[in-house]
Design a protein around this ligand. Structure first.
Ligand code: ATP
Ligand code: MG
Ligand code: MG
Length: 569
């Protein structure tokens, strides 16, 4: 069942295992700790950890920390938190920087083998020499340096003798290659920058492609899954794996083995899949970073952000995220996923996973005049209409209630099923009421409704079964707890906020209605929720007790998603 053919990558894995190519499979999730993870990363996490789990393999978490200027331990910690939250357990936690010594030796080996050289061209010159898609590149004037000179210069680079950008180590591959990535790509650059893991130990840093291919080799990754934009890099990936050849080189692996890292025989294979794109959002780390630094949102975990921290705070559940990843699937075709698919996954999970409660978001008072002053009683409600395992709770009912302002209309539109002057409506689980009087202030705003509770319509009575058009929710005014309710919506009001035509940027497309904060009332059994507990507030939507700000005395609820899709209708 779990081994059924789901996508082309699982098919490859299945075939490799059947052919005995690997005793066990090993994948990795390789984030760069230069920002918080977003929903796109969740797709990659679910794929890498998912496949490892389905095929009895393992998955490493590896921080690809080769670009020290932008990396930070804050991100390293948050990423681990996110992966765990999604429900996955890594085999080993590694950093590319754990292998800096091995990478260094690998580059020396390539130099000794005449496959790499130290180049003194500036970044600008390298670009000019590289050529274009239609025009071959020109060889660097430093391409034919002797091995001894190259080794000497590389060692001096490592010793910190040269300023940033003065030299690079480049692979000697093919300046005429149709694939520009093979036109002597840089393997090492000089950067006198402190590193989040290795401090000031290294003034040179390996380039991503080199480090990534070797990291996979060192860890014995069997299937190295990455997004489509790396398809053109695959020949370089293979070149690095093959020419360094960790699996057959004792001199290279000895220092690693000494540190307790086993020598791995597997030769990793890179396989590309399409990136996740979702409309009504931006996913580039650069833009997410700008939203935070320009204070267009309240930080990385703002509940409107597509970051995993943001989605979590919004009330997205790990199960909903995994369901979403499964629905979106894996393919070679880039596409735009509708935001409603994400919301649909959350609704589906919470419909079965969230207990029901009553809360009034925009309250107006309803006084039941035929109940005695101070009357209060307790009603028993089931917590879930479809699942008895959720049990029941006690809901206080009293003479004075809060109901939703929008559940009353003085002049009802056509088809109205809720309360009108002189009309009847069912109060969820309590009985049938009639509205007798509408009280307004000087401005004409309704301040109170006065009504009559049909004493023959109480729960369990014969009269409770008679037909009335609508059912509305309510809370007891004396018992309900005032709550801060944050009504979130999509952060952007257009499907493609990345559209920069007409000189606009995503900043111009922010949805001004993406957050509204109101004071409502929740029943006592909602107020006592634990932070991060989700509920369906009946007829209103799915809400979560805010992870940071909610307390029983001062409840704070975030709207995770409405009950129905109001965007595409
Ligand atoms: P940026 O270029 O903005 O830094 P990135 O994609 O390089 O983002 P990484 O931290 O390097 O970010 O990504 C870690 C892993 O997550 C990579 O394997 C990458 O392919 C994958 N990933 C990132 N974004 C997406 C996405 N939108 N859909 C699927 N996988 C993604
Ligand atoms: Mg990156
Ligand atoms: Mg990356």
């Amino acid at each position: 069942e779990t081994h059924e053919k789901r996508d082309f990558i699982r098919q490859i894995v299945r075939e490799d295992l059947a052919a005995g190519k690997h005793a066990a499979i090993k994948t990795r999730f390789p984030p760069e700790p230069n920002g918080y993870l977003h929903i796109g990363h969740a797709k990659s996490i679910c794929l890498n950890f998912g496949i490892a789990g389905e095929f009895a393999g393992v998955c490493n978490l590896r921080f690809d920390d080769t670009n020290p200027a932008k990396e930070d331990p804050e991100y390293v910690a948050a990423i681990q938190d996110d992966v765990r939250w999604l429900g996955f357990t890594w085999n080993e936690l590694r950093h590319a920087s754990d292998y800096f010594d091995a990478y260094y030796l690998a580059a020396e080996k390539l130099i000794r083998d005449g496959k790499a050289y130290v180049c003194d061209l500036s970044a600008e010159e390298v670009r000019a020499y590289r050529g274009t898609l239609t025009e071959p590149g020109r060889p660097s004037p430093w391409r034919d340096r002797s091995v001894d000179e190259n080794l000497d210069l590389f060692r001096r680079m490592r010793a910190g003798e040269f300023p940033d950008g003065a030299r690079t180590v480049r692979a000697k591959i093919d300046m005429a290659s149709g694939n520009i990535n093979l036109r002597d790509p840089a393997l090492y650059r000089i950067k006198h920058v402190e590193h989040q893991n290795t401090g000031n130990a290294w003034p040179i840093y390996p380039m991503y492609d080199f480090a990534h291919a070797l990291g996979d080799s060192i860890e014995g990754i069997t299937h190295s899954l990455c997004t489509l934009e790396f398809e053109d890099h695959r020949p370089l990936y293979d070149w690095c794996v093959d020419n360094v050849d960790f699996a057959h080189d004792d001199a290279l692996t000895a220092p690693l083995v000494e540190r307790g890292l086993p020598r791995e025989a597997a030769k990793p294979r890179q396989i590309e899949f399409s990136r996740l794109n979702i409309n009504y959002t931006v996913m580039s780390k650069r833009k997410l970073m700008a939203l935070v630094t320009e204070q267009l949102v309240d930080g990385w975990e703002d509940p409107r952000m597509p970051t995993l921290q943001g989605l979590r705070r919004r009330g997205y559940t790990p199960a909903a995220m995994r369901l979403f990843a499964e629905r979106v699937g894996i393919s070679k075709q880039n596409s735009m996923i509708d935001f409603s698919v994400l919301e649909g996954a959350l609704r589906e999970d919470l419909d079965s996973a969230a207990a029901r409660r009553m809360a009034v978001v925009d309250p107006v008072k309803l006084v039941l005049t035929n109940l005695p002053e101070g009357h209060a009683e307790t009603l028993t409600f089931s917590n879930h209409p479809k699942d008895d395992a959720f049990g029941t709770r006690e809901v206080p009912f009293a003479r004075e209630l809060w109901i939703e302002r929008e559940d009353f209309a003085e002049v009802p539109p056509k088809g109205w099923k809720r309360l009108v002057p002189g009309g009847e409506v069912r109060l969820r689980g309590a009985g049938i009421i009639r509205c007798d009087e509408v009280i307004k202030d000087a401005d004409g705003t309704i301040t109170e409704l006065r009504g009559w509770l049909d004493p023959e319509s109480r729960p369990g009575m014969e009269g409770a079964n008679r037909k009335v058009k609508g059912t509305i929710h309510w809370v007891s005014a004396v018992h309900a707890v005032p709550a801060e309710i944050r009504l979130y919506d999509r952060l952007f009001s257009v499907p493609n906020p990345d559209d920069e035509s007409e000189g606009k940027t995503y900043r111009d497309y922010l949805n001004p209605e993406s957050r509204r904060t109101v004071t409502g009332y929740v029943e006592p059994a909602a107020a006592t929720a634990a932070p991060e507990q989700s509920f369906q507030f009946e007829r209103t939507g799915y809400f979560v007790a805010d992870r940071r700000d909610h307390t029983a005395a001062a409840p704070v609820f975030n709207r995770s998603v409405t009950l129905r899709d109001t965007w595409s209708a």
